[in-house]
Design a protein around this ligand. Sequence first.
Ligand code: ADP
Ligand code: MG
Length: 246
Amino acid sequence: MIEVRELAKSFGDTSVLRGINLTLEQGQVLVLIGPSGSGKSTLLRCLNVLEIPTSGTITIGKVRLEFRPNSKPRKADVLAMRRQSGMVFQAYHLFPHFTALQNVMEGQITVRRRPKNEARTKALQLLAKVGLADRIDAYPHQLSGGQQQRVGIARAMSIDPELLLFDEPTSALDPELVREVLKVIRELAEEGRTMIIVTHEMKFAREVADRIILLDEGVIVEEGLPEQIFSQPREARTRQFLSLLM
Ligand code: ADP
Ligand code: MG
């Protein structure tokens, strides 16, 4: 359902992703771990085509896109791929001058071309789902970090993407707010959403992941079931990374 083949991304001379291969079935949750600077965010941004990969192939659902060095993909192809995934950012990235409701309507109107009343109905449903039915008219600065991130999750879901991407969704949050965000993500996993999650919350990763991938220096070092990765990591680099977190 989701397939990444030989994905590479360089910034100038710096090679950040080097031949990433992965597949993910519908309804699976993949957790991506790895040291700072290993390329986790770049990988998610490539999947959402916020960055144009240097080379490789991405398939998400019915959309497949092949990238070649020095060759720009067509705008229409990029937009088609972008509609396949919804991204949740570490720093929320909500529109500050829009209410929670407007933030969750916007993508539906611009990306999905939904009529306003339909977008509004859907936004109300999603905000209720993330526990914000009573805060729909609040602006981001009137919301806690945890509430803002829940708006971010509702927004990511609003365009009905095949895949949800989470880039350290709780890293910017005070500890007491982390739980409310993880709870929402856990519920989405239980509903069978297909997700790729970058997180340093290892207890959460173990609970929610069908598979875990450790990325280091732009390559997949190890891939396995949560039990295997946490209890019997095969690679020295995995053991070293986990020992720093535990
Ligand atoms: P992670 O999310 O695992 O911490 P990133 O994907 O953010 O890692 O970054 C991986 C590497 O790519 C880092 O060395 C970073 O400096 C570099 N990098 C990321 N984005 C850019 C960019 N736009 N221009 C140049 N280098 C970048
Ligand atoms: Mg990152």
